[in-house]
Design a protein around this ligand. Structure first.
Ligand SMILES: [Zn+2]
Length: 194
C-alpha cells in the first residue's frame, strides 16, 4: 500500500496516528495538528473487445515498464468515470470512443494498494489501435495469446479472465470485485437484461 509521507496541506512530515493504542491507517501532522486520511485513488479502465480478443497495452512508464495491462489510469479532476476511461483509451491505445459507448462492467476494491477501480466495456468492429506516449505497444489478444507471464498487475488477472469468459459466453453481467489481503471475491451485481 502506498504510504503517505508528507502532509498535503503543509508538506510537513507525517507520523502514524494512534487511536486507543492502535495505529488506524491514518497519519498525523503535528504542524497542522490534525489527522490526514490517505483516501483510495480511483482507477478507470476499459475492456475493449473485437471478436474474442481484448485490447491490451504495454506500459512505457514506470512502474511496471514493459509489462502489459488493460488500458486504464487514474481518474482526473472534473472527469466522469466514463470520460476518464475514454481519455485513457485514447492516450494509451489510440482508440477513440465516446464515453456513451462505454458500458459499466466491473467495480472493485483493492484494499492492499488503496485503490478503487471502475471498468467499462465496449466492442469495436476492427482491431485498430496505436501505442500512445505512455505505451510501447497496443494489441488485441485472444485469451491464449495474452502475455500472462508479463502482466503489470497480476492481482487483476482473475477479472481479465472473467472478461474472456464473458466474451466466450456472450453474456455481460456487471461484476463487483473485492480484493483484500485476506480474500478475493468476484460476484454478479445483476443479470444482463434486468
Ligand atoms: Zn500539515
Amino acid at each position: 500500500m502506498p504510504k503517505l509521507n508528507f502532509c498535503p496541506e503543509c508538506a510537513g512530515p507525517l507520523t502514524a496516528q494512534v487511536i486507543n493504542g492502535e495505529p488506524r491507517g491514518q497519519h498525523y501532522c503535528a504542524r497542522c495538528a490534525q489527522g490526514v486520511v490517505d483516501h483510495p485513488m480511483i482507477v478507470v479502465t476499459a475492456f475493449v473487445a473485437c471478436g474474442k480478443r481484448l485490447l491490451w497495452v504495454q506500459r512505457a512508464l514506470q512502474p511496471q515498464q514493459g509489462k502489459w495491462a488493460i488500458p486504464g489510469g487514474f481518474l482526473e479532476e472534473g472527469e466522469t468515470l466514463a470520460q476518464g476511461s475514454a481519455r485513457e483509451l485514447w492516450e494509451e491505445a489510440g482508440v477513440r470512443l465516446s464515453p456513451q459507448q462505454l458500458q459499466l462492467y466491473m467495480v472493485g476494491t483493492i484494499t492492499f494498494i488503496n485503490q478503487i477501480y471502475v471498468a467499462f466495456r465496449a466492442v469495436v468492429p476492427v482491431e485498430q489501435c496505436q501505442a500512445g506516449v505512455e505505451s510501447l505497444d497496443a494489441r488485441f489478444f485472444a485469451r491464449d495469446e495474452c502475455p500472462w507471464d508479463n502482466v503489470a498487475y497480476p492481482q487483476v488477472n482473475d477479472s481479465i479472465k472473467q472478461a474472456y469468459d464473458d466474451l466466450d459466453n456472450g453474456t455481460f453481467d456487471v461484476w463487483e470485485a473485492e480484493m483484500t489481503a485476506a480474500h478475493y471475491a468476484l460476484r454478479k451485481v445483476r443479470q444482463s437484461g434486468d
